[in-house]
Design a binder for this molecule. Sequence first.
Ligand SMILES: Nc1nc2c(ncn2[C@@H]2O[C@H](COP(=O)(O)OP(=O)(O)O[C@H]3O[C@H](CO)[C@@H](O)[C@H](O)[C@@H]3O)[C@@H](O)[C@H]2O)c(=O)[nH]1
Length: 421
Amino acid sequence: MLKAVILIGGPQKGTRFRPLSFEVPKPLFPVAGVPMLQHHIEACSKVPNLKEILLIGYYQPNEALSRFLVTAQQEFKVAIRYLQEFSALGTGGGIYHFRDQILSGGPQAFFVMNADVCCAFPLLQMLEFQKKHEETHRYIMLGTTANRTQSLNYGCIVAKADTQEVLHYVEKPGTFVSDIINCGIYLFSPSIFEHIAEVFKRNQQDLQLEENSSWQRTEVIRLEQDIFTALAGRGQLYVYKTDGFWSQIKSAGSAIYASRLYLDQYHVTHPERLAHNKAGAPVILGNVYVHPTANVDPTAVLGPNVSIGMGVTIGAGVRVRESIILHGAVLQDHSCVLNTIVGWDSSIGRWARVEGTPSDPNPNDPYAKIDSETLFREGKLTPSITILGCNVSIPAEVVILNSIVLPHKELSRSFKNQIIL
Ligand SMILES: Nc1nc2c(ncn2[C@@H]2O[C@H](COP(=O)(O)OP(=O)(O)O[C@H]3O[C@H](CO)[C@@H](O)[C@H](O)[C@@H]3O)[C@@H](O)[C@H]2O)c(=O)[nH]1
């Protein structure tokens, strides 16, 4: 029997996702028409004998999460539970704290996945890789190739060329270590907890020596720095390299990029989710997802890379490209929306133009990843995609460019490169 754990983090971690994470926990933000987490869950549901998925995080239980769990369990016919950490315990501390729940029922192995990645999830291949070398391959991490500069933003893996044994692991190094990076998806045998227990005990001893020590700190354990670095070179940790698509989803801009990757995958996995050109329907360019309840005027032009949410209304002559339109939004006649996320229930007036600047990876570098852009550079807002928070109202005939608009704002004029509070 197998299990899977998805590390969903908690509220303060989603800062690069504001103002969207005000409304919905980041792991539930829709990517290619479905909550980010649903892609992980669907991949797990295709693994034979995977009996349970545990979401571990420090969000307060909330209605959106509970509703999602109920629907996902029904749709994917797999048990899913949310386990709440009392505070952020780190990527290793969370699974250690809930080790009894993970190990109940006696799984031979379990997957651990970061929630904020988008990926083809080659879980079956990882399992096969482990099975082939049962004696040694206790812990497998998914790796992919990045370019030299960007590799510094990730966990870097040096592996033996023939066996793929991890010889050296450095989390976000200061100088170049390796162009193979950690994708944040692992397959562990239960014995991983022995290694985490060692770190836990060491933390305890260290804290006993300190004054004003806090009990909580012994429980904070990072898989990357505390476990992988120590396991490297000991013949137990291996990397399975994938050439499939992979990206982090840290910022709102990367959600649009991740949507593009998943929409492309829908040609194989969910062709029914892709809109097609037909008589009396809007013009579709490239990959577009339209929720069945959306009301789109046949003279609108959508795509490429557009996701239209539940109950959205799109008027005559509207143009949408490289954007996510969240549920209940209204795009009035002849408005134009490019490289933008339009928040829930927002409305864009007639002939208005809402536009952002994409932060796509360099298309000429096959290993380039999306940069998780910082909000400000040299005191100025970096040009990025435009984000309208929920219930924002944009008047007719204005231009909103490279801006972030906080929820419930009623704008009265054009704006450029601004955060509108
Ligand atoms: N439950 C729980 N989850 C957490 C916690 N801290 C982080 N997470 C979750 O763990 C994942 C990793 O988050 P970060 O700690 O922010 O790390 P990172 O900068 O994304 O880097 C990690 O992922 C990269 C791939 O995307 C890796 O390259 C890198 O090595 C590392 O594993 C995210 O899904 C986040 O929600 C925690 O205390 N508790």
